[in-house]
Write a protein that binds this ligand. Structure first.
Ligand code: 13P
Ligand code: SF4
Length: 388
């Protein structure tokens, strides 16, 4: 039995007892042995001890594009469950997607269950809101949702979006119908629609635990945007007073936040952006600029260290920290365990989306990838308007 076999046959529990630093060499060795058969993708919220082994890093949009083009038999996704599901939907025949810890979920994605979304649609149809014509509703889901909800949107003429192309997705949807149902993040939906000129009075929040979403029928009929009552518990912790506090303490500071933050926070910020865009904003800024960043703490700390040497100061918008505990679940031990098993030909923690769900989910994801280019220019012009 080879040393690698002995290790791979060790249960995950044995790996979890070992210190982080002992994993580096093992991960590097396994990567080398797997060669081009394996691509490791890392979301920006991953910890340093994990993301340093990624072949590609990015926001959800960039990673989905990369996974759609990735070669190799195995895609190891250091991120959360919905990202790995999307990679499986976009994978080529024969490719297998692995999530090193199956407990790495997303609390926001869990806030919209397919049964609830189907019930919502039925109620909207009964009220004459979700009609078949251009007066009807296009369902649009944030990437942070289950494959079943992506399929639901694909089958009903809708699509998927991420924080980097939400405005383009809304424009696409409004060309077809006068209303949009946005799942599951009310904040991204509200921030995007408002930036496009839709007033808050034309948006309603659908509560899946109440009949008709808890919204009077006439308000639903008049609304242009129906926002699902979901949120990111990590980003929702940022408050408008945090923006006021950093501005008072550091005059001239630039406040940049993820659009999963509350509308009140986004209104006070200088710029909004996906994780990839937040990084780009700091990269492009002149030396001496100071930033308060409203997003997950691992990314903020990495940016702080990276840009300190370049004379740019980066702090978190809220000192009490903003940790995504599910992203944090992917540890170097989980990564080593998954890779060493692959070296031995054992595929552990494979993410497989059921074939019947895959078809329509792929339609919705392909629609998103098609509008990708347009999105980049809209995002840019919004940023320019905000800073003007
Ligand atoms: P990005 O697509 O901006 O990386 O966001 C993903 C996410 O889950 C943010 O909470
Ligand atoms: Fe989900 Fe929020 Fe974590 Fe992003 S930061 S993965 S939305 S829980």
């Amino acid at each position: 039995m080879t040393v690698a076999t002995e290790r791979a046959l060790c249960s995950l529990e044995n790996y979890l007892e070992l210190p982080d630093y002992t994993m580096d060499e093992r991960i590097a060795d396994a990567r080398r042995e797997l060669g081009r058969d394996c691509v490791v993708l890392g979301h920006h919220y991953q910890r340093d001890e994990v993301i340093r082994f990624a072949d590609f890093t990015g926001d959800s949009y960039k990673l989905s594009k990369i996974s759609a083009q990735a070669g190799g038999q195995y895609i190891v996704f250091c991120g959360v469950h919905f990202m790995a599901e999307s990679a499986d939907i976009l994978a080529r025949p024969g490719q297998q997607v692995i999530l090193p810890d199956l407990n790495a979920g997303c609390s926001m994605a869990d806030m919209a269950e397919i049964g609830q979304v189907e019930a919502c649609w039925e109620q909207l149809q009964r009220l004459g809101v979700a009609t078949e014509d251009s007066d009807g509703v296009t369902p649009l889901t944030y990437m942070n949702s289950t494959a079943a909800i992506k399929a639901f949107c694909g089958e009903r003429g809708g699509l998927v979006c991420t924080s980097s192309n939400a405005a383009a997705a809304f424009r696409w949807a409004f060309k077809k119908t006068s209303k949009v149902l946005f799942l599951p993040d009310q904040h991204l939906g509200r921030n995007t629609a408002y930036a496009m000129g839709i007033p808050l009075s034309e948006m309603v929040v659908w509560d899946p635990y109440m009949l008709n979403g808890g919204v009077p029928a006439d308000r639903l009929r008049n609304a242009r945007v129906i926002l699902w009552k979901g949120h990111c518990s990590v980003h929702q912790r940022f408050l408008p007073e945090h923006v006021d506090n950093v501005r008072a303490r550091y005059p001239g500071i630039q406040v940049i936040v993820h659009p999963e933050c509350r509308w009140e926070v986004c209104q006070k910020a200088d710029q909004l952006g996906s994780t990839e865009r937040l990084i780009k904003i700091i990269e492009d800024a002149p030396t001496g600029t100071m930033f308060a960043v409203g997003t997950e703490i691992h990314l903020v700390n990495r940016l702080k260290n990276r840009f300190a040497a370049l004379g740019k100061k980066v702090i978190t918008l809220d000192d009490s920290g903003c940790l995504c505990t599910t992203m944090f679940r992917i540890s170097p031990q989980h990564l080593a365990w998954a890779l060493e098993n692959l070296v031995e030909g054992n595929v552990v923690n494979r993410i497989r989306v059921a074939e019947d769900v895959k078809y329509w989910a792929r339609v919705a994801l392909d629609r998103m990838l098609e509008i990708g280019k347009e999105a980049a220019s809209i995002q840019h012009s919004q940023a320019v308007q905000r800073t003007a």
